[in-house]
Design a protein around this ligand. Structure first.
Ligand code: CS2
Length: 469
């Protein structure tokens, strides 16, 4: 007998009214923001309309399930299963008119996003990368729309744009046309001060499109910032099979995750928000100390392992942290980064070791290695720069950068990067040339530092010797 499919007829809660929009639906959001929304004590008032990134797969998998999915929390002692109902509807990115419709609605209170670091389309100075062809095409389309006559929600909805900053901006145009205001944008990417980072690219896009729009944004839009944390690997066939065996239904897209979860938020929510704090989120005045600790300690050590551990033939975080040499590298990294934080870090590091050791989480280093061009500058470079400015560049930071350099030269996991052509060019030439270019990219302040370049070459040679040994 075939098993029934997971859907709202027999499982979960009724879909809540849509008051939240999410851009960039992936496993992380389903394990994190959607989980907090599910557990808020006013959850029945807050439904999420989630949009996929470029690939529509998640909408194809979740729509037949009415947006429901199983969260499989994998503790060291075993798994627990929970049906999450907070995503009321899932749209492919191509459902542009729907997106514009939600943004023009007075019911909408918050837009969250996980568009990855690359999705901000930032130039090296943090401003919008106007030279990017996708950005340029979107801004030209929006400028033409504005110049072409009265801006109605229907006209805006009929001119789709692709990049996240432009999609949100088009939503603002629609909101303004509809005479609706107050809205909070709450980005959830691993970027320092993500709210202000997103604001900057969107406001710069607005300036290119219509001169009065920035003033409207300033009055109506709030930008919240947050630190998000929950280790969430990709779904495997085994996860699907577990749902069948343990839950007795078919779930095409369960999400495996760890028990630990943290969400620290700051900002204004003039149109309201779910009571996420009732589900354990922390609402604080200043996110920065938490964010920096998480980015350096967790994400920094992740990137260090992702580039250096595959050289030893290791494939997962769990295997890497059990390897004495890698564990040493990670601890050296923590000892270099931790004392530069303004908050305690030793206990945090000890807890991270346990999280990495979770035997039921199989987190692939190759997945973490993606998009180093966006990650290295915020996870590793700040510690390298600070230590180099004091005259003693932290060897652990140099090693991490050397690992990335080798990764780009074909050692370890395959290169998957939003800036692929650019980063492959950085790594071309002799090892010495590549080291100089990679250093200048990751830490422009240190470009041309010959002694540091030599240390980077030396660290790369030491890693290569391990690969050959
Ligand atoms: C990881 C993060 O893939 C990566 O780059 O470092 O996804 C990490 O697992 C999360 O930030 C944990 O909260």
């Amino acid at each position: 007998m075939s098993l029934p499919q997971l859907n709202r007829t027999n499982h979960g809660r009724p879909a809540a009214p849509i008051r939240l929009v999410h851009l960039g639906l992936g496993n992380f959001t389903r394990a994190h923001q959607a989980w907090y929304t599910e557990h808020a004590d006013d959850a029945e008032q807050w439904g999420i309309a989630a949009f996929t990134g470029r690939r529509p797969t998640m909408a194809e998998l979740l729509s037949p399930q009415d947006g429901l999915y199983t969260l499989i929390t994998k503790g060291a002692a075993g798994d627990s299963f929970e049906v999450i109902s907070s995503i009321s509807v899932v749209h492919p990115a191509a459902d542009y008119a729907q997106l514009i419709g939600y943004l023009a609605s007075p019911d909408l209170a918050v837009v969250t996003s996980t568009v990855t670091e690359a999705g901000y389309y930032r130039a090296e100075d943090g401003g919008l990368d106007l030279a990017d062809p996708a950005v340029a095409a979107d801004l030209a389309a929006l400028a033409e729309l504005v110049a072409g006559g009265e801006l109605t929600v229907d006209r805006i909805a009929a001119t789709p744009v692709a990049t996240a900053p432009a999609r949100i901006l088009a939503g603002f145009l629609a909101r303004r046309s509809a005479g609706v205001g107050a809205l909070t944008i709450l980005p959830c990417d691993n970027i320092p001060n993500n709210g202000q980072a997103f604001k900057r690219v969107i406001v710069e896009a607005a300036e290119q499109v219509e001169s009065s729009l920035s003033a409207w944004i300033e009055e109506q839009i709030s930008w919240a910032t947050c630190m998000v944390d929950r280790i969430t690997p990709a779904t495997t066939e085994e996860d699907r099979a577990k749902c069948e065996a343990q839950q007795g239904y078919l779930d095409a897209a369960p999400v495996p995750t760890e028990p630990f979860s943290e969400w620290v938020i700051s900002g204004e929510f003039p149109a309201g928000r779910p009571r996420w704090e009732s589900a354990g989120a922390q609402v604080v005045a200043d996110v920065e100390p938490y964010e920096q600790r998480k980015l350096w300690m967790l994400n920094g050590s992740h990137s260090l392992m992702a580039y250096c551990a595959p050289i030893l033939g290791l494939e997962t975080v769990g295997a890497a942290i059990e390897h004495p040499l890698v564990r040493d590298w990670v601890q050296q990294w923590w000892a270099a980064a931790g004392p530069r934080l303004s908050v305690p870090w030793e206990e945090y590091a000890a807890a991270l070791t346990e999280r990495y050791q979770n035997p039921n989480i199989r987190h692939l280093l190759a997945q973490i290695a993606h998009d180093g061009s966006q990650k290295i500058p915020v996870r590793i470079a700040p510690v390298l720069i600070a230590s180099a400015c004091e005259g003693a560049p932290a060897p652990a930071a140099v090693r991490a950068l050397a690992g990335w350099l080798l990764h780009l030269r074909g050692v370890g996991a395959p290169v998957v990067d939003a800036q692929e052509a650019k980063v492959l060019e950085l790594a071309a030439g002799t090892l010495e040339e590549a080291a100089a270019k990679v250093l200048a990219y990751a830490a422009p302040e240190l470009a041309g530092d010959e002694s540091l370049t030599a240390s980077l070459v030396q660290a790369a040679k030491e890693l290569l010797a391990l690969a050959e040994g």
